[in-house]
Design a protein around this ligand. Structure first.
Ligand code: GLU
Length: 526
């Protein structure tokens, strides 16, 4: 049985010869946003290596080769992925990229001299969904140092190694309302939160403080490597040295925290500050960073390797603090406008998490006065203008925004099916509710039958009258050439039906509007 189903599923890929080719598979992957060298497809791809692009592969043989990756193949073929219509989604991201690119506002950070040397015009966006669908545009292969975007990762690592209580014995959870490197602590003489320098330096003190610095660094890099699905991130020594020789402010913060007793006992603060600079000097490109951020969208699990890197709780705490404190002293405004957890760094990177859906990395070096990438913020604002990603979008009625989580035709098709079923069973309230979405009253099922065919066949006079009043076509033909038997199945004349339905409709119009406004109609991807 399962075999038959599998056979049927793969058969939908076949060409006219009843075979599958590498090109067919590659086209399908491209459409779904899955890369050819996705590690989950490796067993199949290595067997396909020797085939020509258009060489026919017998269906049964292909199924055999695909067996080790059957689960992911099933999802790819059936489009059961986080963003079913990935091509339309990517198109929209491209449009946003093009709208934002002309914005040349802001200045590259210069207080770390090495940062001041980057080409300010660079701009990259990378998306990685929790199902491993990817889209990249712009300078996505260019490396940049992560700077402050190491802070959420360090916070998660600290939470994995210590209890929540222990971590927050030393760090608060409130936005500071001050700039990221302000020499200020909260009322308990602790850093305000882990997303600003003081808190991040404190986090560094909570990561394996008893081990040699080399082991601590290896632990850090090992975690980044896991987050990046096994790809080693780089370390930019020039940035590290540049930051180390311009570190008065961070040193001042560290000594201040030591003076007031904020650190755990027996902490070597020289090592702590060094470790913090090392974390800021990790180097990735936006493609890699989107893989890393997708782990945060996916409750700490790497989609590609299935490794559980952070606990659900650590990720939840981290996303909460990214939401309230991640964008320097623009965090409140960002939470209001964009409504998503994010973190920015002075290298011009912004990481954005859409929980349970995707991670996005945006990189463009010019910063606004608060230290956020100008294009990064503009992209996030445009994104939520287009898609219903803001955390509270789901309570806004009549949203015009796109929900890319839906199958392209899922919404319409299910409504048509529901309309026809409700008409057949005579459930007039349901018929009204469904039509309130703007579904075509003359939509047909696969037999060419309309709601009117079913309602009249089953003798539901009230439904028939209502459908006619809504413009149902009594001459519509099903695939056998039959029209709805409106007159013979109705005890009243057609005109009587229409006039009573009109009265009925008018008196209940306000109910329909009320009902309609309690449901959010969702716009389809174009
Ligand atoms: N390494 C930078 C510093 O400590 C990080 C600043 C940032 O990206 O917010 O100043």
């Amino acid at each position: 049985m399962v075999q038959e189903e599998t056979h049927h599923m793969y058969k939908t890929l076949c060409n006219a010869n009843g075979s599958i080719t590498k090109r067919i598979l590659n086209d399908l992957l491209a459409k779904r946003g899955i890369e050819k060298d996705d590690v989950r497809l490796e067993p199949l791809m290595s067997l396909l290596q020797d085939y020509g692009n258009d060489e026919d592969i017998a269906l049964e043989h292909f199924i055999e080769m695909a067996a080790p990756c059957h689960l992911i193949m099933e999802r790819i073929i059936r489009g059961k992925l986080a963003i079913p219509d990935f091509a339309s989604f990517s198109q929209k991201i491209t449009e946003i990229f093009n709208r934002v690119a002309p914005n040349e506002g802001g200045e590259v950070a210069k207080y770390i001299p090495e940062l001041g040397r980057v080409n300010p015009d660079q701009f990259a966006i990378s998306v990685c969904t929790i199902d491993g669908q990817r889209f990249n545009i712009g300078d996505h292969q260019e490396k940049f140092c992560v700077q402050s975007t190491c802070k959420p990762i360090n916070y998660c690592i600290a939470l994995e190694l210590n209890s929540l209580e222990k971590v927050h014995e030393h760090i608060g959870r409130e936005p500071s309302g001050h700039s990221f490197n302000e020499i200020t602590l909260n009322r308990d003489s602790l850093p305000h939160n882990p997303m600003i320098n003081a808190g991040a330096i404190m986090c560094a003190s909570l990561i394996k403080p008893d081990e040699p610095l080399s082991d601590r660094f290896n632990h850090l890099m090992g975690t980044w490597e896991s987050l990046c699905a096994g790809k080693k991130p780089q370390f930019n020594n020039a940035i590290y040295l540049s930051e180390k020789s311009n570190c008065d402010r961070n040193m001042a913060l560290t000594y201040f925290m030591r003076e007031v007793g904020a650190f755990p006992e027996n902490i070597n603060i020289d090592q702590v500050i060094d470790f913090y600079f090392q974390a800021c000097s990790i180097e990735v490109n936006s493609y890699e960073f989107s893989t890393i951020v997708a782990n945060l969208a996916n409750a700490g699990i790497c989609t590609f390797t299935n490794e559980k890197i952070f606990s659900n709780e650590s990720v939840k705490h981290c996303l909460s603090l990214m939401s309230s404190c991640g964008m320097y002293d623009f965090s409140g405004e960002f939470a209001f406008k964009v409504g998503l957890p994010a973190k920015s760094g002075v290298s011009g990177v912004v990481i954005l998490v859409i929980p349970n859906l995707m991670g996005i990395a945006i990189w463009s070096p010019r910063l606004d006065v608060m230290g956020n990438s100008v294009r990064g913020v503009a992209f996030c604002e445009e994104l939520v203008r287009e898609f219903n990603f803001h955390i509270y979008d789901n309570i806004v009625h009549n949203s015009e925004k796109i929900d890319p989580r839906l199958q392209k035709s899922q919404f319409d098709v299910s409504l048509v099916t529901m309309l026809i079923a409700a008409s057949s069973s005579g459930d007039i309230d349901e018929v009204r509710r469904i039509l309130s979405y703007g579904v075509d009253v003359n939509a047909k099922d696969y037999d060419g039958r309309t709601a009117l065919h079913l309602a009249s066949e089953e003798g539901h006079e009230d439904v028939v009258a209502f459908l006619l009043s809504m413009g149902a076509d009594k001459t519509a033909k099903d695939r056998w050439g039959n029209m709805p038997d409106v007159v013979s199945n109705s005890s009243k004349s057609y005109d009587e039906n229409v006039s009573s339905a009109k009265n009925d409709v008018e008196s209940k119009l306000s109910n329909i509007i009320d009902e309609a406004s309690s449901v959010v109609p969702l716009k389809q991807p174009a």
